[in-house]
Write a protein that binds this ligand. Structure first.
Ligand SMILES: [Zn+2]
Length: 351
């Protein structure tokens, strides 16, 4: 068995690393984003961030994201969609309680990429006075967040924050967002600019080493481009991400990885073709959009989603305890070891 680090050809990149600007990289895989674009996966030799080189263009990102959004709705059974909403609500409650215990009471909250909005709804259950703003590029998501939760919704991305000229927030939430953004260095600086002094950034993002492993294995064993349907364009190294945050003036409140079942299967360290993701078949994004776009997605009433006995009790402490039981992580690992499925972070802006 080879060492667990990446091996590949040293290449001159087409675009500089978005954290450190280096032009030198290690090519570890080739990917195809739908039938839209082919790129290399390149690891920066200085900061270890793995990125697409070149990045997906904004136009291709919009098309691919739309297709992926429809594909997910198509492939997720309705009862599972509903369960995910409740799960996110519970996670929001657990997260807000963890802030409360640390003495934080955010009032102005901004969430990038809110999905169903149920995570922030859970946060507001614990902080009823919180005012929540959400930002997304998909119009359906914005409409749903306004209609279901009454959040203020803006169309945009964390790379483009001119929307909020004078506005500052106490908490910025970016769950499963950082792996999607083209310029991660800029996004971290933008978030710092959006926060009040002492404000918090909360994110989760995949552990890059596990997330990229299937592409790496496909490249090692098959020497063909792999299929990339969701636009993960950044694959973070635990040490590099921490440095990027601290260099932008953030200090660590919580930083850990969780869920080791994929690691136990060998993802992130075992050299095996079984762990490879599929070879690209150049699936057509436009065709999927044409076929699916006319159908209305299932919509859910909030009362139907949160209809479990426990939520009906309205007893905050009981609900909080129940949610904690469902979602506390027994094993918390140091992200710098690059083991674990997902990285959880809470960081505080100086002030
Ligand atoms: Zn770099």
């Amino acid at each position: 068995m080879k060492r667990a680090g990446f091996e590949g050809e040293v290449v001159q990149r087409r675009e500089p690393c978005r954290i450190c600007g280096s032009m030198e990289g290690l090519k570890i895989a080739e990917v195809e984003f739908w039938d839209l674009q082919q790129s290399d996966l390149v690891q920066c030799k200085s900061c270890n961030l793995i990125q697409l080189d070149p990045m997906i263009t904004p136009g291709n990102t919009a098309t691919g994201c739309h297709a992926y959004y429809l594909k997910e709705i198509l492939e997720t059974p309705v009862h599972e969609q509903k369960r995910n909403l409740v799960r996110n609500y519970r996670r929001g409650i657990v997260f807000a309680n963890s802030l409360k215990r640390k003495g934080y009471h955010p009032e102005l909250i901004l969430e990038f990429g809110p999905g169903s909005g149920y995570f922030s709804a859970g946060v507001r259950f614990i902080f009823p006075d919180a005012r929540i703003t959400v930002v997304d590029i998909v119009d359906d998501v914005l409409k749903m967040n306004e209609k279901t939760h009454g959040f203020t919704a803006y169309s945009g991305s964390p790379e483009d924050i001119h929307l909020f000229k004078e506005k500052k927030f106490d908490l910025v939430i970016a769950r499963d967002i950082l792996e999607h953004v083209t310029d991660i260095g800029k996004v971290i600086r933008n978030i710092a600019a959006l926060l009040n002094p002492g404000g918090l950034l909360h994110f989760i993002t995949p552990n890059g080493k596990e997330d990229v492993w299937g592409h790496y294995m496909n490249h090692e064993f098959r020497k063909k481009p792999s299929e990339l349907l969701i636009n993960h364009v950044n694959y973070f190294d635990g040490t590099g991400l921490l440095k990027c945050l601290t260099d932008s003036g953030f200090s660590k409140v919580e930083y850990y990885t969780y869920q080791v079942k994929y690691f136990l299967r060998g993802i992130g360290w075992r050299q095996s073709e079984k762990l490879a993701v599929p070879v690209s078949e150049r699936k057509s994004a436009d065709e999927l959009i044409r076929k699916q776009d006319q159908k209305d997605p299932t919509s859910f009433q909030k009362e139907d989603v949160l209809n479990g006995f426990i939520f009906q009790t309205k007893i905050v402490r009981l609900i909080s305890f129940y949610c904690w039981l469902k979602h506390h992580w027994i094993f918390r690992l140091d992200p710098r070891r690059n083991i674990g499925h997902e990285v959880h972070g809470i960081f505080r802006k100086a002030g």
